[in-house]
Design a binder for this molecule. Structure first.
Ligand code: GDP
Ligand code: MG
Length: 671
C-alpha cells in the first residue's frame, strides 16, 4: 500500500528555449498555484507548482529558458545541475514546433544526458497555419519518447500532456546515441572506458570531455584524465582538419536535420501556390501567347482522343461484327426464327454497337478533360476565350463544351456543368448539337467525295464553319427570346494550379464515361429495338424495304424532303435512322440501296445532284440531335428544353436544306 502511494507522487521539470511557451504550459498544468523561491546559492527565480491528476500528485519545476545544456551561462548550469542532481521523473521539453530544428537541439542534448523526456510540440497552431505537417508518431518512434501536440495559450493538448506525465515514471529508456562518425566514436569509447562520473551516463561524460566542457573537466580532475583528453582532442583535430567542438555540433545538427526532414512534410503553402500560379499564368494567359498555347493544347487533346482512340474503336467495331455474325449464325444453326436473329444482330448489336464504338474516344476525351480540369488549366482556357465568346453573346466558359462538341456532342453537353449560370448552361446545351461531331464526318466524306472530288476539304470545312455560325446566331436569338435582359456574370475564377492525382482523374473519367455506357444500355437500346420493329413490320416484308413501316414512313417524309432536292423515301429513311446515331445514315443508305459502302458513290451520284447533295449534308448536320444527345439534353435540362432542341434543329435543318436547294436551283436557271 505504501509503495502504491509513493508511486503516485511524480516530480517533473519543464525545460525549453525562452519563449517556447513554458510558463504558459506551467500555468495550465498547475492552475497558477505556484511557489516562487530562488535556486540554491543564486538569485535566479525558481518556480514550483503542483497539481493532481488521476490521484497522481505531480510537482512541476519551471526551469530557466535555455538553448542547450553546455555550461556557458548560469541558466544553463542551473538547469543542468537540477536535471542531474534532482533526477526528476520526467523532463517535459516545451518546444516551439514551428521552429523544430533549432528547438530540437536541446531535446537531443537532454536525451544524450539520459533524461526521461516528454516532448511537448507547442505552438501547433502556427505549424498548421504554415501548412507544415509533423509526423508525431514517427518523431516519437525515432526518439523513443512520448510526443504531445499542444497549443498552450488555448489550453489544447493539456490533458494528453498530463496523461503522458502520469505514465512517464514507469518508462525506462536508454539515452539517445547520436553517431559522431567513426574516428570520434573510437575516442569516445576509449574515454568512456578510462573515466567514470557517478550519476552521469559514461558516454555523455566522454562526449563532454571531448567537447572541452570546463565543468565536467573540473569534476574529473582527480582522475588525472586531462592529458588523455588532450591527446584525443589533438589526434582528432589533426585528423578532421578543424575544430573538434564544431565537428560535434555539426554531427548533432546533421542528426537533427535528418530527423526534421523525416518527420515533417511541408505542404506547398497556399500563398506559395498562388504565387507560382501567377508566374505560370504570366505565360499561359498571356495576351499574345494565350490563344496559341490554348490551340496547341486542344490539338494535343484531339490528337490523344482520336489517334489513340481509333484503333480501340476499330477493335470494338470488329468485336461487334463478330458478335452479330456469331449470334445470327448461331440462331440459324439451332433453327431459331429469322426475325430473332435479325433483331439481335441487325437491330441490337448493330445499333448499340455503333454507339459503343465511340466509348474509347469518349473515355480518352474525359481523361483529357479531367486532367485539364484538375490541373486548373480548364479555367484558363475559358479565361483566354472569354473576350471572344462575349462578342458572340456567350460566356467564356461556354467555349469548352462547344469545342468538345466537335468530338461528340454528349461530352460537350455534359461539360456545360462547369457553367454556373443556368441560362448560359441551357443556351450552350441548346446549340451544342450544331457543333459538327465526328459521327457526321462519314456522311460528308461520302457525299463530298462523290460530288465535289476536287474541293472535298473546302466543302467539309464549310459545313463545320456553318455549324459554328449557326450556333452563334441561334444562341443570340434564344438569348433574346428566353433570357432577355439577363446578363451573365463576368467573374472568371482562376484557382491555383495543382498536380492532378491519378486516382482523382480516373474517378472523374469513369463517372462520366459510365453515364454514357448506361445510356447505351437503356435509351439507345430501346431506340434500336423500336427502329428494328418499324423496319421489320408488317410481318413478311423484307427488312427495311419500302413496304416496311419505316419504308412507308420514309415515303411519307419524301414529299416533305422534295423541296430540298432529295424527295425519295430512302433519304427519308436514312435520316430517320440517323437519329439513332448520325453515322448510321451512311449504313442505312447502303442497306436500302443494297450495295456495299464502296458501291454507294455510284448510286448516290445517280440520285443526287451536287446541289441536293450539299443540301442533304446541311440537313444531316443540323436536323435533330442523335438519340444519345437528346437523352443527354433531357438529363441535363428538362423535357421543355429537350423538345425545343429537337424542334428547332429539325425546322432549321429542313429550312436551310430547302433554302440552299431553292436558291441554288434558282441561280442555276439564271445561268
Ligand atoms: P516561455 O518564455 O517559454 O515561458 O514562454 P511563455 O509561456 O511566456 O510564452 C511566450 C509567448 O508565446 C506568450 O505570448 C504566449 O502567449 C505565447 N504562446 C504560448 N503558447 C502558444 C501556442 O501554443 N501558440 C501560440 N501561437 N502562442 C503561444
Ligand atoms: Mg517563462
Amino acid at each position: 500500500m505504501k509503495d502504491n502511494v509513493e508511486a503516485k507522487s511524480v516530480k517533473i521539470a519543464l525545460a525549453g528555449n525562452p519563449n517556447s511557451g513554458k510558463t504558459t504550459v506551467f500555468n495550465n498544468l498547475t492552475g497558477g498555484r505556484q511557489h516562487v523561491g530562488n535556486w540554491p546559492g543564486v538569485t535566479v527565480e525558481k518556480k514550483e507548482g503542483t497539481y493532481t491528476h488521476n490521484s497522481h500528485e505531480v510537482t512541476v519545476v519551471d526551469l530557466p529558458g535555455i538553448y542547450s545544456l553546455t555550461a556557458y551561462s548560469l541558466d544553463e548550469r542551473i538547469a543542468r545541475d537540477f536535471l542531474i542532481r534532482e533526477k526528476p521523473d520526467a523532463v517535459v521539453v516545451v518546444i516551439d514546433a514551428s521552429n523544430l530544428e533549432r528547438n530540437h537541439y536541446l531535446v537531443t542534448q537532454l536525451l544524450e544526458l539520459g533524461a526521461k523526456v516528454i516532448l511537448d510540440l507547442n505552438m501547433m497552431d502556427m505549424v498548421r497555419s504554415r501548412g507544415v505537417e509533423i509526423d508525431t508518431g514517427k518523431l516519437s518512434a525515432v526518439l523513443d519518447i512520448p510526443v504531445i501536440e499542444t497549443v498552450a495559450f488555448r489550453g489544447e493538448g493539456m490533458e494528453e500532456l498530463k496523461e503522458a506525465i502520469a505514465k512517464a515514471k514507469a518508462e525506462r529508456g536508454d539515452s539517445l546515441k547520436i553517431d559522431y562518425d567513426h574516428d570520434i566514436e573510437g575516442e569516445i569509447e576509449k574515454l568512456q572506458n578510462a573515466v567514470a562520473l557517478p550519476g552521469y551516463p559514461s558516454r555523455w561524460v566522454a562526449v563532454k570531455l571531448l567537447e572541452g566542457d570546463a565543468e565536467v573537466l573540473k569534476m574529473v580532475e582527480d582522475t588525472g584524465i586531462a592529458p588523455l583528453v588532450l591527446e584525443a582532442q589533438t589526434r582528432l583535430e589533426r585528423h578532421l582538419g578543424y575544430d573538434l567542438e564544431t565537428a560535434l555540433v555539426e554531427r548533432r545538427y546533421a542528426f537533427l536535420s535528418g530527423l526534421v526532414r523525416e518527420s515533417t512534410k511541408k505542404r506547398l503553402d497556399l500563398m506559395e501556390r498562388l504565387d507560382l500560379s501567377d508566374r505560370i499564368d504570366r505565360v499561359l494567359v498571356n495576351r499574345f501567347l494565350g490563344i496559341p498555347i490554348f490551340l496547341a493544347m486542344m490539338w494535343l487533346v484531339f490528337q490523344l482522343v482520336f489517334t489513340l482512340g481509333a484503333p480501340l474503336a476499330e477493335g470494338i467495331d470488329l468485336l461487334m461484327g463478330w458478335l452479330g455474325e456469331g449470334v445470327s449464325s448461331g440462331i440459324g444453326a439451332v433453327g431459331g426464327p429469322r426475325w430473332l436473329s435479325s433483331l439481335l444482330s441487325d437491330g441490337i448489336i448493330g445499333g448499340v454497337g455503333s454507339v459503343l464504338v465511340f466509348l474509347p474516344n469518349i473515355m480518352l476525351l474525359f481523361l483529357a478533360i479531367a486532367i485539364l480540369e484538375a490541373s486548373g488549366y480548364m479555367a484558363r482556357a475559358a479565361f483566354v476565350m472569354d473576350r471572344l465568346m462575349h462578342a458572340l453573346g456567350l460566356h467564356g466558359k461556354s467555349f469548352i463544351p462547344m469545342l468538345l462538341g466537335f468530338g461528340c456532342n454528349i461530352p460537350g453537353i455534359m461539360a456545360t456543368r462547369t457553367l454556373e449560370s443556368e441560362k448560359d448552361r441551357i443556351l450552350t446545351i441548346l446549340v451544342n448539337p450544331l457543333m459538327s461531331c465526328s459521327a457526321r464526318l462519314p456522311i460528308y466524306v461520302l457525299f463530298a467525295g462523290a460530288f465535289f472530288p476536287r474541293n472535298q476539304g473546302l466543302v467539309i470545312f464549310s459545313l463545320y464553319l456553318m455549324g459554328i455560325i449557326l450556333a452563334v446566331v441561334v444562341a443570340r436569338i434564344f438569348k433574346g427570346i428566353f433570357f432577355k435582359g439577363e446578363v451573365a456574370p463576368l467573374i472568371m475564377e482562376l484557382p491555383p494550379y495543382r498536380l492532378p492525382t491519378i486516382k482523382g482523374v480516373l474517378v472523374h473519367m469513369w463517372e462520366r464515361s459510365s453515364l454514357f455506357l448506361r445510356k447505351a444500355g437503356t435509351i439507345i437500346f430501346l431506340g434500336v429495338v423500336l427502329i428494328w420493329f418499324l423496319a421489320s413490320l408488317p410481318f413478311g416484308v423484307e427488312y427495311a424495304s419500302q413496304e416496311s413501316v419505316i419504308g412507308r414512313l420514309g415515303s411519307v417524309f419524301a414529299p416533305l424532303l422534295k423541296p430540298a432536292g432529295f424527295g425519295f423515301w430512302q433519304a427519308g429513311v436514312a435520316l430517320s435512322f440517323g437519329i439513332l446515331a448520325k453515322e448510321v445514315v451512311v449504313g442505312t443508305l447502303g442497306t436500302l440501296y443494297g450495295v456495299e459502302e464502296a458501291g454507294l458513290t455510284g448510286v448516290i451520284q445517280a440520285q443526287f445532284t451536287a446541289l441536293s447533295a450539299y443540301a442533304f449534308m446541311v440537313m444531316a448536320l443540323v436536323y435533330i440531335p442523335c438519340i444519345a444527345a437528346i437523352a443527354t439534353i433531357k438529363r441535363e435540362t428538362n423535357w421543355k428544353w429537350t423538345a425545343l432542341a429537337v424542334g428547332y434543329s429539325l425546322v432549321l435543318g429542313w429550312g436551310l436544306a430547302v433554302l440552299i436547294y431553292q436558291i441554288g436551283a434558282f441561280i442555276i436557271t439564271l445561268t
